[in-house]
Design a protein around this ligand. Sequence first.
Ligand code: B12
Ligand code: SF4
Length: 445
Amino acid sequence: MKILLINPPRSPENMILESAPEEAKYFIHKKLIGPPLGLLTVAAAVKDHDVTVFDTKGEYDLDPDAPPLNKMVEGILEKTQPDVVGVTIITSELYDSLTIFRTVRKFDPSIVTVAGGLHTTLCPQEMNDPDIDVVAPGHSAFIFREVIRALEKKQSLENIKGIYLNNEKGYHHTGPAPMVYDAADKHFLMPDRSHLERWRWTYVVGKSPGPTTYLFTSLGCPYQCTFCSIWIEHGGKYYQRRVESVIEELKLINYDIVRFADANSVVNIKFMDKLFDRINEEGIRKEYIMDIRADTAVNYPWLIEKMAKAGLKVVITGFESFRDDELIKYNKRSEAGMIHQAIDIFHANNILLRGNYVVPNDYNEDDFKALADYANSYKVTYAGYTILTPMPGTVFYRQVKNQIIDNDYNKYNFFNSVMKTKLPLEKFYENIGRLWLIKKGTDVI
Ligand code: B12
Ligand code: SF4
């Protein structure tokens, strides 16, 4: 079978950037850069077939004047003549994904269209669209393989459990999946990054000397922050890879910078300790980027030191708030007092720290001033100030559903306010834009 897997473009909506003072604009994320790891995993499940992975984000980074999405997709459809097209979807990229499916349907109605990715897991009921034939929520690479097998043998897809079908019976679920797939261990599939060679040099962040690739050592998170999609995606479970499997992947990777795509890289202390022993033993020399919680750094400074010596260069920490009452409201299970301790530990190990604060919709001028004062007294190399956003499918979404005034999913990327704000909206954005100037470093990540 000929299979085309498409990574949709980024949503261009970014009101923080639009409203920020000129001098802050360089530091505000215009785009996050990185490879579509989920699609590489799906590609690995069907590697015996003729598979093409197409990264439209990479394509627009290669040439910002590349044709509009429907023309770009028509071009790749002409070239590959696929039997099946799959798209990976997060909330802010849903509408462009639907444009891709519409283009495919118009091009050739016999092509089978498959939707997967986080948004399909969180909100499968929203995927009822005439241009989508199959919806495969969860870590569904093996289920996708079954779909391909059935299509190849011209069998009905009704017998494949764990998917939604849109056919003459209407939009319906085929029944619960036969098992919970452990995509980190028993069902781990080694990504083949050669699919992305064309876009390799677009995966360069800021002034970094070379491109970065992503690798995950775990899936899910044992914490349950109210605003977070990730623990919901994994039903609150945490899946850990094996040390030797990660070592094998690191040896295969021909990139010098590796970003751990874990929700939370250091959960299992013994695992990370062992992993870095093995990295040292194998003489693997790379730079690593990880997401590490403030309380983890405070509780295990020796591990931070060990990882820093073996290549840990950049850490991203969700500080979220400098106030304990807000952290409790978010169910963060960490204390504000740990932020400055964690900053000291990371900086003492020459780690470039990116601290991220989330700004709730009810902040007034005094709240912004208090946050600015705090962030100024504990400056980090890179700082991010994003908007607390009710991602559909999260606990926070349910809590604040009535306060949502904008249902345009293009805006659900943490850079736009979708709830009623206490301050006039322009003032709210203006304040957030100014915050982006509070940091030590002069580059972006
Ligand atoms: C890697 C990553 C990226 C990469 C690549 C994503 C891409 N497609 O291009 C980059 C850097 C580009 C990226 C960008 C963004 N991201 Co991002 N990203 C991640 C991250 C860190 C890891 C995802 C991952 O690789 N997981 C591992 C793989 C194996 O799992 P997976 O992708 O879910 O894929 C599996 C299944 O979903 C399924 N599947 C997936 N696709 C498909 C397709 C088919 C056909 C099938 C059958 C199955 C299937 O099978 C896969 C294999 O098991 C997650 C956080 C996390 N730790 O989960 C955030 C995350 C997904 N990102 C998020 C967001 C919001 C963004 C941004 C909008 C952020 C921003 N503010 O700018 C941007 C989007 C673009 C932009 N504006 O710049 C949110 C999504 C929230 C939501 N509910 O939508 C997350 C959860 C982070 C968070 N803190 O909440 N991201
Ligand atoms: S915000 Fe971080 S710590 Fe909280 S549930 Fe999500 S990944 Fe886990």
